[in-house]
Design a protein around this ligand. Structure first.
Ligand code: F6R
Length: 244
């Protein structure tokens, strides 16, 4: 179990290129990799860089399978504000991945029972090859809000106030942000072969250092990245690393 490798970059473009190189290494070895892509602000530049590499013929991501990291509950089918909708526009279409190559999280019917089947099927299929993650101000990975233990399965969660506030700009106002969601658990995520955690902006300064240097505990779910057999790289910009 190695410590996460930390790479610090001066600007967004060099961070995106470095992260794209890590993704490229995985896809060259395994063109049919099962990949979990975080949504949110931080990885947008990486997905654009991957799409540019696809355009120039430097990368062929069309054989991968995407496994969904998290999704809001209670939305109408086809709601553009769903995380699936975001992923479709920002990851699937630019990378040329058809939606029959997406393993979506359950959102209807008995979601808790379906989450158990989701984890079982994921393990039977060989788990995750690459997880591309971001971190919440509260240390969440996906929607594994604190406290979340390393053994937490895929499940229904209540979103924390900090997560709801951080996502308000996608919804217009805080009161419109869904309060419940389904998230891939830390257990299947931490079983990935390779994890790339992207961290940017001075507002992530405190949490990135708590993640890497503080106690490994459920109140900082991302701290479990230091206790996994995955090869973990934290790709961080100087603003987040050095702080305000
Ligand atoms: C997104 C997700 C979240 C984000 C995190 C950081 O699917 O699961 O864990 O990765 O909240 O979000 P940004 O990048 O918007 O700061």
């Amino acid at each position: 179990m190695a410590e996460p490798r930390v790479e610090v970059f001066d600007d967004a473009a060099s961070l995106d290129r470095a992260a794209a190189a890590l993704v490229g290494d995985v896809l060259r070895t395994n063109p049919a990799a099962r990949v979990v892509p975080a949504t949110g602000e931080t990885p947008v530049g990486l997905y654009a860089e991957l799409a540019a590499r696809r355009g120039s013929g430097a990368l062929d991501p069309t054989g991968i399978t995407i496994v969904q990291l998290d999704e809001y509950l209670g939305l109408e089918p086809g709601d553009r504000r769903s995380l699936y909708g975001w992923m479709l526009r920002t990851v699937l279409e630019p990378l040329g991945i058809p939606d029959d190559r997406v393993v979506g999280l359950p959102t209807d019917g008995d979601v808790s029972a379906a989450c158990v089947s989701f984890d079982r099927q994921l393990a039977a299929d060989g788990g995750i090859d690459l997880a591309i993650l971001g971190i919440g101000h509260n240390g969440h990975l996906g929607f594994n809000e604190p406290p979340s233990d390393a053994t937490s399965p895929t499940r229904v969660v209540d979103l924390s106030r900090s997560t709801i506030e951080a996502n308000a700009n996608y919804w217009g106002r805080v009161d419109d942000v869904p309060t419940r969601a389904v998230t891939m658990g830390l257990a299947p995520l931490l079983s990935a072969s390779t994890i790339v955690l992207l961290v940017a902006g001075e507002r992530k300064h405190e949490i990135v250092h708590r993640t890497l240097e503080g106690p490994i505990e459920a109140t900082v779910p991302a701290s479990f990245l230091r206790r996994t057999s995955a090869e973990v790289t934290v790709v961080v910009d100087r603003a987040a690393w050095e702080g305000p």
